[in-house]
Design a protein around this ligand. Structure first.
Ligand code: ACM
Length: 547
């Protein structure tokens, strides 16, 4: 997290800025201020507010200090100055003031930020809004390349900001390859910086089970060994203490962590640990499904979900529910499974799958949580009030249309452009190459899709957007970063900025300073201003077959 700039770094940033201004141009004033995602409303006032050793951060009224602490620490990293945090009943001249104020914005995540020559005021109705106001201030400092050697002048602006969507997500698959706590925290830092607020954690799947469950220790003793590259690794998983630590780390950054326990398919790691739960074998996908005919299976999953519900304060649990047909062939022939179905009037594997999903979704609801699931769960009859669909099958727009028509809330994450395991530049030779999810395509999302597929009157059911980082072909942190950055910034703007405020060229002109931030944080990224930097340099990954 060290932010002292060396000469080479300053030179490379200067080149990016030069490239931006020569090659792309700054269409909007937002470019001068450098905030990503672009604020909903912003007016440049002229002049600047000097941040100096005498500047104070002031908490007005009973405003809590969390956001102020992030601001103070962030400014210290950038400028070397540690600005003290004081409390005051009234405005203080020359200070950066934070105020929790009910009428600051109608949106609980919104904030107002006014920078004048004689002081700065961030006001918001919640701690979250204040936190986002401080991130905007830090981004303005980054766009000015604040350094200890250089005086920081924040540009005078009036910002009234709030997100377009309440769900601004990133999903990380740590089953196929495990990245570990420090990489996750670094990812959360970047999400917070970009005002993203939902981290969907894909913790169980075919190669590995990655979360400690006290009642079933073999899940991690056996199920966490191996990944998509090799079956011979040491166990790799998060202990419950580590989960709590990461959940708290995220919460301080206004990010909710949503755990996923995938079922009834993608269950190989679980049934490798407890073979009595296996529900058949498929040639291509092995022991892919749980056994739907055993009460033991449901008891096991209920126990797992109960521990998960305790660990994660989020009001959601994701139960997967995708691609069951990859491995349920034996559901057509196994006498026990056929008998179980017959007794319940379930006539085929699809009806049995729906029974399974609905039963577990209802259990999640009984735990007091809303069920989330991939769009296959739509037809299983899960409750409209207690479920959220994730539309991922871009080639099945009907799944979106039907889900919306039936009244479900929906998160949009179609493979194109939201799956970040697909390449972002047509020159990329490593990774999934059958779809090109370029920065501009991500940026344009979701309006073309909404216009094409959302039935009239259903747009308000769209909770937001999620980028999904599947890691079958992403075997290390460096490669993961190459696939995520910087297109995550385009996604953040698609999640936040109103349609009328989006301008791709303006975004690209602000992206230069974000690349400098990534350099500072030693995060590897695809460089759209220097695309010949090869993906092969981004560490392990392999060319894969079409989807
Ligand atoms: C998925 O990509 N199977 C949700």
């Amino acid at each position: 997290m060290k932010r002292w700039l060396n000469l080479a770094f300053v030179a490379s940033c200067a080149m990016i800025f030069l490239a931006c201004s020569l090659g792309i141009g700054t269409k909007k004033q937002a470019a001068n201020v450098g905030i990503i995602p672009a604020p909903a409303k912003m007016e440049l006032l002229g002049g600047s507010f000097p941040v100096g050793a005498k500047t104070r951060i002031v908490l007005l009224g009973d405003t809590k200090p969390l956001a102020a602490r992030f601001l103070s620490a962030g400014l210290k990293e950038r400028t070397g100055m540690e600005l003290p945090i004081l409390r005051s009943g009234k405005a203080v001249k020359g200070a950066i003031a934070l105020e929790l104020s009910k009428d600051a914005s109608g949106n609980p995540e919104g904030y107002k930020l006014t920078v004048k020559r004689d002081g700065v005021l961030i006001s918001a109705p919640t701690e979250t809004g204040l936190f986002y106001g401080t991130q905007s201030v830090l981004q303005m400092a980054d766009a000015r390349q604040a350094t200890p050697a250089k005086k920081l002048g924040l540009p005078c602006v009036r910002i009234e900001d709030q997100p377009r969507y309440g769900y601004r997500g990133l999903m990380l698959d740590e089953s196929r390859h495990f990245f570990g706590k420090e990489v996750v925290k670094q990812t959360l830092d970047q999400m917070a910086y970009l005002k993203m607020n939902r981290f969907h954690w894909h913790l169980t799947d075919t190669p590995g089970w990655r979360i400690e469950i006290k009642k079933y220790p073999k899940l991690t003793e056996v199920g966490s060994i191996g990944n998509n590259t090799t079956t011979e690794t040491a166990p790799e998983f998060y202990t419950q203490d580590e989960i709590r630590e990461i959940v708290a780390y995220a919460a301080a950054r206004q990010i909710m962590i949503i755990p996923e326990v995938d079922m009834p398919g993608h269950a190989n790691a679980a049934v490798r640990s407890y073979p009595e739960l296996a529900g058949g074998i498929s040639r291509r996908h092995g022991h892919f499904v749980f056994n739907p005919a055993k009460e033991e299976t449901y008891r096991f999953l209920e126990d797992v979900l109960s521990e998960v519900a305790q660990l994660f304060p989020a009001p959601f649990i994701h139960l997967g529910g995708d691609e069951v047909s990859f491995g349920n062939q034996d559901w057509k022939t196994d006498p026990e499974i056929l008998k179980f179905g017959r007794e319940r009037g379930l006539n085929n594997p699809i009806e049995l799958e729906h029974y399974f999903v609905k039963r577990m979704a209802d259990y999640i609801n009984k735990l007091g949580k809303t069920t989330m699931g991939w769009d296959e769960i739509t037809s299983s009859g899960v409750s409209r009030d207690g479920s959220v669909l994730f539309w991922w099958r871009h080639n099945m727009p009907n799944a979106l249309k039907v889900g919306l028509k039936e009244g479900y809330p929906v998160v949009l994450c179609p493979r194109t452009p939201c799956y970040f395991d697909f390449i972002q530049d047509k020159r990329d030779k490593v990774g999934r190459t059958t779809l090109l999810n370029s920065i501009d395509k991500v940026y344009d999302f979701p309006d073309p899709i909404i216009a094409k597929y959302a039935p009239a009157g259903t747009e308000s059911q769209i909770m937001g957007i999620e980028a999904c980082v599947w890691s079958e072909d992403i075997a290390g942190a460096k490669r993961m970063q190459y696939m995520v950055y910087p297109r995550i910034a385009a996604l953040a703007e698609a999640c936040w900025t109103p349609k009328a405020g989006k301008h791709y060229e303006g975004f690209m002109s602000r992206l230069g300073s974000y690349l400098c931030v990534l350099d500072q944080e030693k995060i590897y990224y695809y460089d759209p201003f220097n695309p010949d930097k090869t993906p092969e340099a981004a560490g392990p990954g392999k060319a894969v077959k079409p989807y």
